[in-house]
Design a protein. Structure first.
Length: 409
């Protein structure tokens, strides 16, 4: 098949961000398909107008420069979404396709996907990475009733026109079906890149030796966005209690986003910055294996809003791939997995002192750490390996193409 793959924020391993689309697209090419990815260059480094084309492991990637970052206002973000919607529609309409696939967020990527599929009379498959507009409504970010109505109508439009919808978590699937019960859905969460996160002992030793502040001390890491939804100050406040119990524990926060400066300011005010707590700007995905390999424990946080429990955070699956215990401060399907398997711990979302005490105790508990590492690795291999989940993804595309062929007059 010739597949047009629309993802506004596509990343490859040399970039900072999730590489789900890169991994899926390159595997499709390896199976004999042709893949054109339509995306944006969000860095603003490219000043030339129009499209530029690169190749990632046989995948043709079409880039259009539309700057975007978490520090932008909602109005500026919406403008970026709308701009991509327009240019992606025009680009997709010019590309040959046997199937069109679009992945959110933002929800507006459904528009070029649906329109291109209709023009080519081919199937459209839609992937839901975040449940919109339900999440921004519950967070209080989408208050205007007119905009809520428009967002809801856009979601209905995407689901109605898709041969099948891929949801990244069971909760997202439930949200899709609550809105449109007859939608054909498949749950395919984010994945554990086992080969990428295989790091030898010498690499880990070199990383720890390079950073004198770390040495052989316990290390708790957070890698990812510092946006409004994440609430990473939770870890900083927990670190204050950790230091009171065990001054040797170190915390490393690696990422970027709107809450970067407030989080850094809090760490400084608590006397933790550049001592107990270190903060690094975002790094390419290819550098994360060494960081997680050196970690005693990884973490994933969201603010105490139930709609956020349905996330499928890359950092969660990266920790599993690295065989590292992961701590979360929310409920839902990931928390249930950790409770059932012992691959990490579930923290009270409102009690950072208790979180700090549990971190301090378990970072020194070699029996618990050993069992949690084994459980994390087992989850990665048996339930969330990239190859395993890609088979499910490829089956969705094949099924959508076959269904459209069978029902075409």
């Amino acid at each position: 098949m010739h597949i047009v793959y629309i993802h506004q924020y596509y990343c490859n391993p040399a970039m900072a961000g999730g590489i789900r689309s890169y991994e899926q697209a390159r595997r499709l090419v390896a199976r004999g398909h042709t893949v054109d990815v339509i995306t944006t260059d969000i860095t603003g480094a490219t000043t030339e107008p129009g499209w530029r084309q690169t190749e990632d492991d046989g995948v043709r990637v079409h880039w259009f420069s539309i700057p975007y970052n978490n520090n932008m206002s909602y109005a500026r973000r919406i403008r970026a979404f709308a701009q991509f919607m327009v240019v992606a529609t025009a680009k997709a309409a010019r590309l040959r396709a046997d199937l069109v696939f679009a992945t959110s967020t933002p929800l507006t990527v459904a528009v070029p996907g649906v329109l291109a599929a209709k023009m080519r009379r081919v199937p459209f498959v839609f992937e839901v990475r975040d449940l919109w507009p339900e999440v921004p409504i519950e967070m209080g970010a989408l208050r205007n009733p007119v905009l809520r109505g428009v967002a809801g109508a856009l979601a209905n439009f995407a689901y109605r026109n898709a041969e099948e919808v891929v949801a990244l978590s069971p909760g997202m699937e439930a949200g899709i079906l609550a809105r449109r019960p007859k939608t054909r859905t498949t749950v395919i969460p984010n994945a554990a890149d086992l080969a990428m996160f295989e790091v030898d002992d010498e690499t880990i030793k070199a990383f720890r030796t390079k950073h004198e502040w770390l040495g052989d001390r316990p290390l708790i890491v957070y890698t990812g966005a510092l946006g409004r939804v994440n609430g990473v100050e939770y870890l900083v406040r927990a670190a204050k209690r950790m230091r009171e119990i065990d001054p040797e524990i170190r915390v490393l926060i690696v990422g970027h986003g709107l809450e970067w400066e407030p989080t850094k300011k809090l760490a400084a005010e608590l006397g933790l910055l550049d001592d107990t707590v270190r903060m690094w700007e975002k790094v390419p995905k290819s550098e994360l294996p060494a960081i997680l390999g050196a970690a005693t424990m990884s973490t994933s946080f969201v603010r105490p809003i139930k709609a956020l429990w349905d996330n499928s955070a890359n950092k969660f699956f990266d920790a599993l791939a690295a065989g590292r215990p992961i701590a979360v401060n929310y409920g839902g399907w990931q928390a249930d997995l950790l409770t059932e398997t012992g691959a990490g711990l579930v923290l009270d979302p409102t009690d950072t002192d208790d979180a700090g005490e549990r971190f301090a105790r378990l970072c020194r508990d070699e029996t618990w750490l050993s069992q949690a590492r084994l459980a994390a690795h087992k989850l990665a291999v048996e339930r969330f390996s990239r190859d395993l989940l890609f088979d499910n993804f490829a089956a969705v595309l094949d099924r959508a193409a076959a269904h459209r062929t069978a029902t075409r007059p």
